[in-house]
Design a protein around this ligand. Structure first.
Ligand SMILES: Cc1cc2nc3c(=O)[nH]c(=O)nc-3n(C[C@H](O)[C@H](O)[C@H](O)COP(=O)(O)OP(=O)(O)OC[C@H]3O[C@@H](n4cnc5c(N)ncnc54)[C@H](O)[C@@H]3O)c2cc1C
Length: 447
């Protein structure tokens, strides 16, 4: 049985690996010159280093992603230290653990910058947030996360200390844009995974670059398992005859036949590919509803240490976007080699992305100086900016149910990609869960 996987991002890589494991003869077609999609490393010759297109962090509840890492043999490259650090302007820090005493302090409203009676109000509002996430009042998809927080009486200080960051981290977008149902669903997913694994969901990171973690390892698997990989092979259409998939047509007109096709391209590139599918109107609705969110990642090679206390630090009291700083050398267990490498991520960076490289560096250095006293006189040896206007997607109010299932009405055709319906939103786990479900749908239909 021949299977074509269209798209070589994480969902396509996982689909190709698992279809090959199931005994299919797999061809993976990728539009660009290399595999990896939104999870790639971008080598910097000037500093002999391999930073990523943006720091990717893992949640311990990511089951399908770990299944993929098991398949390609790189699971040992992920660590969960069990804590991160919150940092205030001026440099004051507070370690935030995901369990134990620190977790309990957060539960009862003791968050950085939340004072006096607001602690009590925060504890009460947080209980309501978790309660409503579980009960799911009918109007949750009609309001934004910010309106939800107002409704449950969450003080602004608690939003700035933690909850706005959680919404941006979980949904990819700002609380005044994102539907309240998205963070609510994700809180429930987190609680369910926590109960299943008997430990609260915590955050971890890869100890190697993303190419080593996801791509080189997959390529080694493909060589061993006769998966044929064709890069620079954009697909124009997925071809369907009388409800059965027949193969694909490339943009240069070449036609490839297959018994099964998994379409694993992002939501903003999928529309034309699936025009022959009977339910293409549902796809078009998803394309319209799931709007792209930009992320700007800045890799800064400095002439000195800035004094980070933890591997990852979340900067509070920021600009209404989520700003994070990563100590990449510490995360990768490397000694500084003539430079100190810090990476910053600005999620929902609608404004920053429009600025010039020089402006972005100046803004990020100004931010580091504000939060890290040791960065006051730091000089930039080398910098590398990654602007990704299509990083993640946002789900605004009224879009619940818009993400399509992986199983389609067409025999032999399944959809994958972080935008299809999963327990998660726009994440690596969403991509891998969609692949697992797409493979399962095809194998089921083959009996
Ligand atoms: C900067 C950044 C930070 C992130 N941080 C995190 C994080 O911390 N944690 C987390 O879980 N997630 C994070 N994400 C999200 C995560 O990277 C994505 O959700 C995931 O990688 C999406 O994988 P995918 O396979 O669905 O799509 P993609 O990776 O976009 O792959 C799709 C592939 O299809 C190809 N393609 C498109 N059209 C065609 C065509 N016509 N023919 C052939 N090929 C085609 C594309 O070139 C691409 O390679 C982040 C994303 C970014 C950009």
């Amino acid at each position: 049985m021949r299977c074509i996987v269209v798209g070589g991002g994480l969902s396509g890589l996982a689909s190709a690996v698992w279809m090959a494991e199931a005994g299919y003869e797999v061809t993976l077609l990728e539009r660009r010159g290399a595999l990896g999609g939104r999870t790639i490393a971008i080598p910097q010759k000037e500093v002999n280093d391999v930073p990523d297109n943006g720091q990717h962090v893992f949640a311990s509840g990511y089951e399908n992603l770990f299944r993929y890492l098991d398949s390609v043999g790189t699971r040992h490259h992920v660590e969960f230290p069990g804590h991160m650090t919150a940092r205030m302007p001026g440099g004051k820090t507070r370690r935030t653990a995901f369990w134990g005493l620190d977790g309990l302090r957060a539960m009862v409203g003791d968050l950085p910058g939340v004072k006096g009676l607001d602690k009590l109000r925060t504890a009460r509002a947080q209980a309501r947030i978790f309660g409503e996430a579980l009960k799911q009042p009918a109007d949750l998809d009609q309001i934004t996360a910010a309106q939800w927080f107002d409704r449950v009486g969450l003080p602004l200080s608690a939003r700035r200390a933690m909850w706005d960051g959680i919404v941006i981290g979980l949904t990819g977008d700002k609380p005044d844009i994102s539907s309240a149902k998205v963070p609510a669903d994700l809180l429930v997913t987190g609680m369910r995974k926590g109960v299943k694994m008997r430990t609260p969901v915590s955050i971890g990171y890869p100890t190697v670059d993303l190419d080593t973690l996801f791509v080189r390892s997959a390529e080694a698997f493909f060589r061993l398992n006769n998966v044929s990989v064709r890069t620079r092979s954009p697909v124009k259409s997925i071809d369907i005859v009388e409800g059965v998939v027949k193969g694909v047509t490339l943009r240069d007109g070449e036609e490839l036949e297959a018994d099964a096709v998994i379409c694993a391209v992002p939501v903003w590139q999928v529309k034309d590919l699936l025009e022959q599918m009977p339910e293409h109107e549902k796809i078009e609705r998803a394309v319209k509803a799931l709007t792209p969110v930009p992320i700007v990642s800045v890799n800064l090679y400095l002439d000195r240490d800035i004094g980070m206390e933890d591997w990852g630090e979340i900067l509070y009291d920021g600009e209404g976007v989520l700003e994070q700083v990563w100590d990449r050398q510490r995360m990768h267990g490397r000694e500084p080699a003539g430079h100190w490498f810090f990476s910053t991520t600005v999620s929902a960076s609608y404004e920053l992305i429009k600025k010039s490289n020089d402006e972005i560096i100046a803004i990020q250095m100004e931010m580091l100086r504000r939060y890290y006293p040791k960065a006051r006189d730091a000089q930039v040896i080398h910098s590398h900016i990654v602007r990704m206007p299509h990083s993640t997607f946002a789900q605004r109010p009224g879009t619940s149910g818009v993400r399509p299932e992986q199983k389609t009405s067409v025999t032999g055709l399944a959809l994958a990609g972080d935008w299809t319906n999963t327990e998660w939103t726009t994440t690596m786990e969403g991509a891998c869960q969609s692949a697992a479900r797409a493979v399962e749908a095809l194998l089921e239909s083959e009996g």
